[in-house]
Design a protein around this ligand. Sequence first.
Ligand SMILES: C[S@@+](CC[C@H](N)C(=O)[O-])C[C@H]1O[C@@H](n2cnc3c(N)ncnc32)[C@H](O)[C@@H]1O
Length: 613
Amino acid sequence: MVAFIQPLGRLYSISHCLKSLVIKSNFDTQTAYKKIRSILEIAKSSASTRALMEFDNPPPSDKAKETDDDFAIVLELSEDDLHFEKKKKLLQNKGFNPKEQVYLNSSSGPDWISTTLKVMLQIARIIQLDEVELYFGEDDACSSVEYYSPRNEVEALNSILLLLDISLSSVTCMQMNVLQELREAIIGMIRDFGEKNSVKTKILENHSCGKEECLLQWGENNGIRTRLQIAYVKGAGRGAIARENLNVGDIAVEIPVSTVISEELIRESNMFHILEKIDGISSETMLLLWSMKEKHNYNSKFKIYFNTLPKEFNTGLSFGIEAIMALDGTMLLEEIVQAKQHLQTQYDSLFPTLCNDHPDIFPWEVYTWEQFLWACELWYSNSMQVMFPDGKLRTCLIPIAGFLNHSIYPHILHYGKVDPATNSLKFCLSRPCSEGEQCFLSYGNFSSSHLLTFYGFLPQGDNPYDVIPMDFEAEQEDCTEGNPRLDRTTHMVRGTWLSNNHNIFYYGLPPPLLDYLRRAKNPMLQTKSLLQSNLENEMEVLGDLLSTFDGMMENLGETDPNDRENASWDVRLAEEFKDQQRRIVSSVLNSCHKGLRLVENELRKCMNEDTRD
Ligand SMILES: C[S@@+](CC[C@H](N)C(=O)[O-])C[C@H]1O[C@@H](n2cnc3c(N)ncnc32)[C@H](O)[C@@H]1O
């Protein structure tokens, strides 16, 4: 996403001990290439130096069993991980260390592969958790989490595969057999996971793809290699379809840097010397202004690419007034209004000044507000963040790869780093894609509100990143000066159907939120035992949540009975989004009601016991 929109704040209010509940969209930033990743490390005792790849001797108790074929893989949570402490705690709750050795012993029994992989996968899943997944990850030792999110699962399986591949190069023959067996099992798990979650694409045969084929030909002439073809697909414009069966690790598309639209181009243009003098202008904004003019340049190197771009993008930024009003009761209304206002302010700060001062370089008919909005939508919905060999992250438009649609079950997770050896971007598969199947990318771990605003669609399936963030502000006594101060904490909820744990003290709701509310009510309560005081506190917490979410549901109103089929594209999208919000809020309300019944039951038992005593 281009960096000229700031995160936007949104408001709700909660009664009782909490002063206010401010809801913010602070989990939507494009983190994929900025985030410091946890690394998985493998250890080998025979190596003279401890490097990324080492093998460890078995622990003393296992010494008797030590053979040439007894060896361990170490899965390590990097201390550089942004969430190191939380992940370490979660690992420890499940009985693992942040640096865990998993012994590979093929003679330990017929189930050694599934037992070993189960352990490795549990650890790898936690290491690969992102901020939202970690927040919702159950934190008690008893609940065994099967999986956190489709992205996390594919990421965790691929990280184990990478570990095995790294280690294959330096093992004995017997150890190689063991690793190969594990590797095949992992590939099988990735395939099974993909088959269970495959998204059926309807290809629209009656649409011609002449312009797209011209671009593929242009790509071939310019060194782009692709195993994808382009077709119109139902509900998503164009999409990229596998021409042949593609396996994990295969490259679906390879794009030389010379065919990428990035800030280098603006430096070569005649508008650079004017734009560079504008205070605080970002390279993304310069590039956006460049692209507005370049799409009319008949001699442009990228003319064929510009020819394939839609006339309209239909993102949330183009929502008309009726659609915006249809969002009433959701936080998205304010977000879209603010985003549009922000763009209008940006436009007004540049135009008509640039057109008046340099009419030959910035012709007014090219730099209208409508054209500016079109370019913003182009850059928001089609650009990718790319890490170049010089270590700089640049926002780029990437011909052909730009046809890849987004999915919650993506085939391609990592694509944003230029391979310095080939000076190209490689789009490698993290799960297989069969011939004729649509190949999907992950645009990032985005909520539906973000995807609607900046990309103009709502993804199919349960989006684990559809959260309702909640910022709590609680007044605290300042010990040193006796002045009250505001403590701000961020929590969130999402559809409680995504949780595995609906037992008492959990109810499918996020444990960190519940713990925070419990402590806010009664800082002395420490345990989740069935004591009367705990249960009474629990009733209050659930009661507060119930009244907050009841209010949200009331604000959302009833489903619009009007015929959606005949509604305009934007009103239909707004109504669909609102339905999703209702579903989330309704699931929270159900969980609170069920929770209250559970707690009441236990409280009754508690009181009966007291009267018997
Ligand atoms: C990078 S482009 C992908 C190619 C695009 N479909 C096209 O025809 O040019 C991103 C745009 O594709 C569409 N898109 C991507 N993923 C989608 C999905 N899962 N469902 C519906 N539309 C999608 C949205 O319009 C989005 O703004």
